[in-house]
Write a protein that binds this ligand. Structure first.
Ligand code: AMP
Length: 373
């Protein structure tokens, strides 16, 4: 059976069988946890990453150390893989274009192209009638000044491309901050967003299969520090109706993109006199840090759901077995591993990174407890 997604991508033939090889571009902790999940299903992983010290190499059957634009290495990689996926969204278009005629690449080109560019994300959301922070496209310092005056009040300037963990962003209180903010992002093409006075940040991690089947994990509440995710909690502080709206937003986005695999939608929850309202902040066409709690709290984690979906299997149940809190271990917090390893009920994950750096995600710990405890 060949299934063609809405974006026209040929998503290939029958479901892969155990023993198949999954190719993963990117060798960080997400690639590592994807490879571990694939191993559980009897599949082997081939990791492709330019960094010879990639954490994912330690748990994979095969590795390629090469640049993402090395056509020869990509061709050899494709020949070894039954399907290829990504652990990050900033995969160069050339990489996808080289791989996709040779091997099914899931998700396809469109989810990557849209999620690489905040302007494309905004246009997609507008087209779907899904709310996000008011915004302006910014290409010059004059445009920035006009944008701040136009949106009024505090704003956030974000580079269109290559921003993560709060990088590539500058906050402005008024037009007087425009010079500094423009310099901070080095004059890169950007969008300007009105600052959203949210009461909580939440995310939906969901999976969509080759046949269009869809399932979402319960809405997660996320707390950031200095732009980096610190803690994710489930259940989130959101009403049942609000959670249903959040999941519906994620489903519509996944369908519009013809997405196959796991994706995450980060949202702002506004909760004021007029009730709850959700605005989409950002899309990630991949497994996501706010879904790490699913490893212990669900029969099939987000990593397994992604592997199953890209392998052409139906997406698994996303039900959970309890409430959970996931805390990232950032920088030298990972040095506390002995105390965490000794804590009953704490599930410790260390990513095997060779060097500790401030702000670097070194591991995480998940604590699962009975519902409502
Ligand atoms: P991002 O990289 O876009 O996910 O932004 C990182 C973090 O900055 C978010 O998780 C929010 O905590 C904060 N942030 C980003 N954009 C806005 C906004 N428009 N209003 C308020 N906070 C924001």
């Amino acid at each position: 059976m060949t299934v063609t997604a809405q974006d026209g991508t040929d998503h290939g033939a029958a479901a892969l069988e155990p023993g198949a090889t999954i190719g993963i571009l990117g060798g960080g902790q997400l690639g590592r946890m994807l490879a571990l999940a694939a191993a559980r299903l009897g599949m082997r992983c081939h990791i492709y990453c330019p960094d010879p010290q990639s954490p994912a190499f330690d748990v994979a059957a095969a590795r390629t150390v090469a640049a993402y634009d090395d056509r020869e290495a990509l061709t050899a990689f494709a020949a070894d893989c039954d399907v290829v996926t990504y652990e990050f969204e900033n995969v160069p278009a050339l990489t996808v274009d080289t791989l996709s005629p040779l091997v099914p690449a899931r998700p396809g080109r469109r989810p990557l192209a849209v999620c690489q560019d905040r302007l494309e994300e905004k246009r997609l959301l507008e087209g779907l009638g899904i709310g996000s922070a008011p915004w302006r496209k910014i290409d010059s310092l004059d445009g920035l000044r006009a944008g701040v005056a136009d949106l009024g009040g505090p704003c956030v300037l974000k580079t269109r491309r290559l921003g993560y963990d709060g990088k590539g962003q500058a906050r402005l209180k008024s037009t007087g901050d425009a010079d500094r903010a423009w310099e901070a992002i080095a004059g890169a093409p950007a969008i300007l967003e009105a600052f959203v006075p949210f009461s909580r940040e939440v995310s939906v991690v969901c999976a969509r299969g080759v046949a269009g089947d869809f399932a979402a994990y319960d809405v997660t509440e996320n707390h950031h520090e200095a732009g980096i995710l610190r803690v994710s909690r489930v259940p989130a502080g959101i009403s049942e109706a609000g959670a249903a709206v959040a999941v519906d937003i994620a489903r519509r986005i996944a369908e519009a993109l013809g997405h196959v695999g796991v994706m995450a939608v980060e949202m702002f929850l506004l909760d004021d006199d007029s009730g709850e309202r959700l605005l989409v902040n950002e899309l990630a066409p991949r497994v996501h840090n706010s879904g790490h709690w699913t490893i212990e709290a669900c029969p099939a984690s987000q990593f397994e759901a992604h592997i199953r979906a890209i392998a052409g299997w139906p997406v698994p149940s996303t039900a959970r077995i309890g409430d959970a809190t996931m805390t990232n271990l950032i920088g030298d917090e990972a040095l506390d591993w002995q105390a965490l390893a000794a804590e009953p009920g704490a599930a410790l994950h260390l990513y095997g990174k060779h060097a500790i750096r401030p702000g670097r995600k070194m591991g995480h710990v998940t604590r699962v407890r009975p519902f409502g405890a």
